[in-house]
Design a protein around this ligand. Sequence first.
Ligand code: DQA
Length: 148
Amino acid sequence: MIKCLVLHGPNLNLLGTREPEVYGKTTFDDLNRSIKETASRLGMEVRIIQSNSEGQLIDAIHDAMTWAQGIVINPGAYTHYSYAIRDAIAAARLPAIEVHVSNVHARDEWRRHSVVAPVVVGQIVGLGPRGYLMAIEAMKNLIEESHR
Ligand code: DQA
């Protein structure tokens, strides 16, 4: 069974109430339920972790090296400046997909740059919570292709 870590960064626990005009009304719990449902439909195992601290996100990436085959990550605002998270993803040597709920390119200038982008396979941006569901399906395909 394909195993994937889904990692949510800071403030994503507030989805549903946080700036709903930007991030939508789907709650964090609803999102995680959909992720679990999609994973079980795809025959995947996902573990979902959210943290508001950089060190815990990095620890979760390190730990994923022991059990996961891929990482779906929304680093939140850390996307734009955390070289430490970027280095952790590079060190893990697991395929990673970066997700953003909002269209970061249509917002503040500083959100357009991702320091994580160079070390991920690709990004899914601006499609709301469904971006996570697309990402785990894409991850399954990537891992299966790499085994062919
Ligand atoms: C976000 C975009 C980031 O710029 C922001 O800091 C977030 C959420 C998104 O999912 O759209 O916390 O990663």
